[in-house]
Design a protein around this ligand. Structure first.
Ligand code: TYD
Ligand code: MG
Length: 460
């Protein structure tokens, strides 16, 4: 009998292929395609159909909830920063995936949600990763368990079918699973955390959640943890994204205490709100006054830095853009961007080169948004341009100046939305001057309509 050809699957998105490649043809992830067993390939082919069916079910369910006036009740998680990201708490019957690198604080966040919700509702905490004792120790450290102890059940299990049973039983308002990569489903080939197991377990939990509200009790909400590693070593949340209602991403530097929570996908609210926490001795603390948290470490005397009053959802946060410009003889100078859109940076560099005659075509340019913040709005263009211009001229932007405005291809500037809110937040944090196009009545407003004028006003 002819030997079956080997099969391959991407650990990030779960697509399968007949041939190996260094870059996944479906999702573009690098080095994530691995060889899988023939049995696993068969299961994957079956579960692709299965998960499509599950996705259809989710869609219908969401529509029914919308028809009922989007009335799905929400569970307040007890952490207002998390509730803000979710759009007002976790809806009953919703499945959220909490992704993040190991050590970032996912289990800690889960413990705090458990403690808070268990004050009023029944919670099941399933740990497949740590012992019950370990989780109990953490729970005691990060939340007050004296009153809610009776409403929190803690169990060590890695059996997805058992967890699905608990979800369907209607006994629990909230089921927490740490982590989806360590669950297994009998009858499915492959290692725990492998593509086939991960997808089958998640689909089983989602199906159970969607069926949970039917027997007269409120639907169960589920939060499951999914690990992500930088090198894609485990099946990533993208594999599960289409199955769940919300994908939350928990980010930050493991060696610093600031943590940023974002919704990457949210069927029940926007994806523009940020949640900010600090990891402390007693778990995650919410950042009380977040506006200035990203500029706390800033050294204002250094060239190549500019502060931008950026909107993250409904809040204005001050964010620092840093740039480094270094002449090079390389034919293709380096462009490295983190924390903002590389295409917008490329456009800003082109405008600076062409309209302001800065010879950036022969320089390496690095642009970085500090502290793990992201600058996604076009209004950040002016701040990026000033950081680059300041780096090129080796002159610092004044310490008390913030800049906001969109840069057009002709070098013209356009005003930013929510200008007044940004102006008052910047002033509250001690910035005396606001540079950019926009209303010019307030004290300290430097109104400029062209990029050239802005560079002269800031560095001239
Ligand atoms: P953890 O929640 O276990 O991370 P994850 O589940 O994402 O892997 O916590 C990560 C780190 O947080 C761990 O190194 C210890 C630290 N930590 C604190 O600093 N304070 C605390 O109260 C807790 C519970 C953890
Ligand atoms: Mg953990």
């Amino acid at each position: 009998m002819a030997k079956k050809p080997p099969a391959y699957a991407c650990r990030t998105c779960g697509d399968s292929f007949a041939r190996w490649s260094g870059r996944c043809a479906s999702c573009g992830a690098m080095n994530s395609v691995v060889e899988i067993s023939a049995g696993e390939a068969q299961t994957l082919a079956r579960s692709a159909g299965h998960s499509q069916a599950a996705a259809g079910l989710v869609w219908e369910d969401a529509r029914v909830q919308q028809d009922q006036g989007a009335a799905a009740a929400r569970l307040a998680s007890g952490l207002s920063e998390l509730d803000r990201v979710l759009g007002g708490g976790l809806p009953e019957g919703a499945v959220a995936l909490l992704g993040g690198e190991p050590g970032i604080g996912k289990s800690t966040l889960l413990a705090q949600i458990a403690g808070a919700v268990a004050r009023t509702r029944m919670v099941l905490y399933v740990t497949a990763e740590e012992s019950v004792e370990q989780v109990r120790g953490r729970l005691e450290r990060v939340c007050d368990l004296t009153s809610p102890a009776a409403r929190l059940r803690l169990t060590a299990s890695s059996d997805a079918a058992a967890v699905a049973g608990a979800i369907r039983s209607g006994e629990y308002a909230l089921v927490l699973v740490d982590s989806i990569q360590l669950l297994t489903l009998a009858g499915i080939e492959g290692e725990p955390g492998g593509v086939a197991q991960c997808r089958a377990c998640a689909a089983t939990l989602v199906e159970a959640t969607k069926l949970s509200g039917s027997a007269g009790h409120p639907a169960t909400a589920v939060v499951m943890v999914g690990h992500v590693t930088k090198d894609g070593g485990l099946a990533g949340p993208r594999l599960l994204e289409h199955l769940v209602d919300c994908v939350l991403s928990f980010e930050g530097d493991r060696y610093q205490d600031l943590r940023v929570l974002r919704a990457v996908k949210n069927r029940y609210g926007s994806t523009s709100e940020l949640g900010l926490f600090r990891m402390g001795a007693r778990g995650l603390e919410e950042v009380a006054d977040p506006s200035g948290v990203f500029i706390a470490e800033r050294d204002p005397g250094v060239p190549g830095s500019c502060v931008v009053p950026a909107m993250e959802g409904n809040r204005c946060l001050l964010v620092e853009v840093q740039a480094l410009v270094n002449p090079t003889t390389a034919i293709q100078p380096a462009r490295r961007v983190s924390g903002c859109d590389p295409n917008r940076v490329a456009m800003v560099l082109a405008v600076l080169s062409r309209r302001l005659r800065m010879p950036l075509g022969t320089c390496d340019v690095f642009v970085n948004v500090t502290g793990g913040a992201h600058l996604d709005e076009p209004a950040a263009d002016l701040g990026i341009a000033l950081a680059v211009a300041s780096a090129w001229r080796e002159l610092p932007v004044p310490a008390d100046l913030v800049a906001i405005g969109e840069v057009g291809l002709g070098g013209e500037l356009r005003p930013a939305p929510r200008y007044e809110q940004r102006a008052s937040e910047a002033r509250r944090l001690g910035f005396q001057r606001l540079l950019g196009p926009g209303a010019g009545t307030g004290r300290g407003r430097l109104v400029v309509v062209r990029l050239g004028e802005a560079v002269e006003a800031a560095l001239g």
